[in-house]
Design a protein around this ligand. Structure first.
Ligand code: SAH
Length: 464
């Protein structure tokens, strides 16, 4: 990030605009939404600017901007860079610590104006560091459609109530009050009674939260999906958004942790086959301790928490401590992997059941019902199978599996560095060599011819 977004206070402060052409008009339209004092310097100005000056919405000087004008300015916009003396003025502004923006000149500017979604006092600024203004505008359009127009009214009413709410509620209760207001009570009131109903609704809501008992802590056992944040469920997102504590597996992608509430405590509790790991008892103890302290704990597990995630042990620990819990399912790695190779787990006439297997368990390489797995047309997703590739191959061949049985390896399913390797049972041990990331083996399936990665942006190697 080469540009850090901040909001600059410009209330009643001078914002200077050099130039009086179309560019200046465009900037002024934006700046007139603010409470800044606008001062335009233009030897010649568009009629629109002149009429704004007549209306008293800005001050217009029919001359170039001089160094002395910069005193006390909050910002300087140069919209007529071609004029000779602007290099000098821009340099003066920089020396005096006044942020300067030269329209269409990133190098000469010390700040850039983002695309703005305006729901005053809620303002969303979208920037691309000059890389893709068209993209910024597309994002703005999308947000404009999504965010209700009454958002600003909700926030204005909320702002008036903040001191009172803060004096009566604290910590989690305070947060829950505001969540309920912005999620339900506020929008519902505006719809039913208009903005005038907001103060009464806020008082009633506040009274209810003040008298409510302190909510006990609880644990959400949440599936984080295979890696791509877009594959997170809405429920998982909401849980992350409200979490006080997030205890996550080593496989949970950093982009997903980014979605946790900013104040949440993030605890890495890695469990890696054959590697360093946090003992299960320690993870259980962490969940219990934080929930007992009244916290909303999110136990974030990769994929689906119910697939090779030691979910039962965690639930048992929570039950034993009489702590409230619920499961929020996620997309398991096998689902992401099969989507990437364009295949279906089940297929009429081919297989009417599928199996999820693990390559190793607490006893080492995991034994399976090899006889049935070795039959033609069987389909299975094998988790944690890299290390046991040779063992799996041996067991299946011993049970008369066809050495040409297709197997597809999907490394880092749904992540940017994903790889798909199509191989056969005969070639399996060699094919897993060099795989670094988490990998799913799809037994009995080859990638569909011409299958494309659903996201298209992910680089792929198809080693056939
Ligand atoms: N609960 C998880 C599985 C945890 S076991 C789920 O439902 O996906 C860990 C194993 O899952 C890894 O060894 C690997 O085999 C698989 N895995 C997890 N994320 C993966 C990914 N993005 N791509 C491929 N395999 C993955």
């Amino acid at each position: 990030m080469n540009y850090f977004p901040i909001f600059v206070e410009i209330k009643e402060r001078p914002v200077l605009i050099s130039g009086g052409g179309a560019m200046a008009v465009a900037k002024l339209r934006l700046l007139m939404k603010t409470s800044a004092s606008l001062v335009v310097f233009a030897v010649e100005a568009e009629p629109q600017i002149t009429s704004w000056a007549y209306e008293g919405r800005l001050v217009l000087f029919h001359r170039p901007v001089f160094a002395a004008d910069l005193k006390g300015a909050a910002l300087l916009y140069i919209t007529d860079e071609a004029a000779d003396h602007h290099q000098h003025i821009a340099a003066m502004a920089r020396v005096n610590g006044i942020p300067v923006n030269i329209v269409d000149n990133l190098e000469g500017s010390t700040f850039i104006t983002p695309a703005i979604v305006d729901r005053d006092p809620v303002t969303i600024a979208i920037g691309t560091e000059g890389a893709a203004p068209v993209l910024a505008r597309a994002i703005k359009r999308d947000l404009e459609e999504r965010l209700p127009v009454h958002l600003g009214l909700l926030a204005k009413a909320g702002k008036i109530f903040r001191p009172l709410a803060k004096s009566l509620l604290s910590g989690r209760k305070h947060r829950e009050f505001w969540i309920e207001y912005y999620d339900d009570t506020g929008p519902g009131t505006i719809e039913a009674n208009g903005a005038d109903g907001l103060p009464a609704a806020l008082y009633a809501l506040l009274a209810r939260h003040v008298s409510a008992e302190t909510a006990p802590g609880h644990v959400d056992l949440v599936g984080a999906g295979p890696g791509d944040p877009d594959l997170l469920t809405l429920k998982a997102r909401k849980a992350l958004d409200r979490a006080d504590v997030v205890i996550h597996d080593q496989l949970v992608a950093p982009e997903i942790l980014e979605l946790a509430r900013r104040e949440a405590i993030i605890i890495a509790a890695g469990k890696k086959g054959f590697g360093t790991s946090t003992p299960q008892e320690k993870i259980n103890a962490l969940m219990v301790a934080h929930a007992r302290a009244g916290k909303h704990v999110v136990r974030l597990k990769s994929g689906d928490p119910a697939v090779f995630g030691r979910l039962d042990e965690e639930i048992e620990a929570l039950e034993a401590a009489a702590i409230d819990w619920r499961i929020i399912p996620g997309i398991t790695a096998a689902s992401a992997a099969i989507a990437q190779i364009g295949q279906s787990f089940t297929c009429r006439g081919r297989n009417s059941s599928i199996r999820f297997l693990t390559g190793h368990d607490v006893l080492g390489f995991a034994e399976q019902d090899w006889r049935t797995l070795a039959r033609a047309k069987e389909v299975a997703a094998i988790y944690m199978g890299k290390k046991s590739a040779r063992f799996l191959q041996g067991r299946l061949l011993m049970n008369n599996a066809d050495p040409n049985t297709p197997i597809t390896l999907v490394e880092n399913a749904s992540r940017a560095q994903t790889r798909i390797i199509a191989t056969t049972l005969a070639e399996l041990p060699g094919a897993v060599d060099g795989l670094q990331g988490p990998t799913i083996m799809l037994l009995g399936l080859a990638p569909r011819q011409g299958a494309q990665d659903a996201d298209r942006h992910a680089p792929m190697e198809l080693a056939l």
